[in-house]
Design a protein around this ligand. Sequence first.
Ligand code: UDP
Length: 238
Amino acid sequence: MATKLRYQRVLLKVSGEALMGGRDYGLDTATCRAIAEDVRGVVGLGVQVCLVIGGGNIFRGIAGAAAGMDRAQADYMGMLATVMNALAMQSALEKAGVPTRVQSAIAMAQVSEPYIRRRAIRHMEKGRVVIFGAGTGNPFFTTDTAAALRAAEMGCDALLKGTQVDGVYSADPRKNPAAERYTTLTYLDMLSRDLAVMDAAAISLARENHLPIIVFNIHEPGAFTAVMKGEGRFTTVL
Ligand code: UDP
């Protein structure tokens, strides 16, 4: 008899910065390949997977606004950046042999499907990884919020946040060696201690929908697969 999976369906949020590898800007294809390999491992376990990719490696609306642009216009540019990253991850996943679909919240018929909730669910049921591009489709939001929104819409069992460190710490572990890693936290801990892992809108949405957030290191090979098996190092927020 097959063992029951801990998670049937999950959403993985990868920030744009995570795709830069060692670069200062843009995409590192080796890093995309490494993340794709890990996603392949999770799909191989029989878990249904969808992805939300950020755009901070290319353009952030807030930076455009700080440079004098209209904020909403700059945010649309940021959303377009996330579509570029979604296409890059699609390419890496398909090279790894994982069937995918990109669905964009901003219509872009030549390169992606439009976001259609029920169709996205059907893709996952057929074993395809769905990559959601263009965030929520609305300015003044972030891709963290898009991740919580899509995870709730897709009925995911967990929202995985792949970061540069292996969980949530009491301080930045790269600056403070005494920083402690939390094994579990509540949503309210995250909000009240202002732990800079996800924005408040994303955490509130996850809380309202009883969606656990799991924070882990996306750069550790096989970490996503390990977390799905309940192994390795991570922080669970619930
Ligand atoms: N963005 C937006 N609405 C959304 C998601 C993203 O306007 O629903 C824009 C916003 O300008 C943001 C940029 O897209 O700065 C890139 O997304 P984000 O900063 O969340 O990317 P990450 O930090 O995860 O790389």
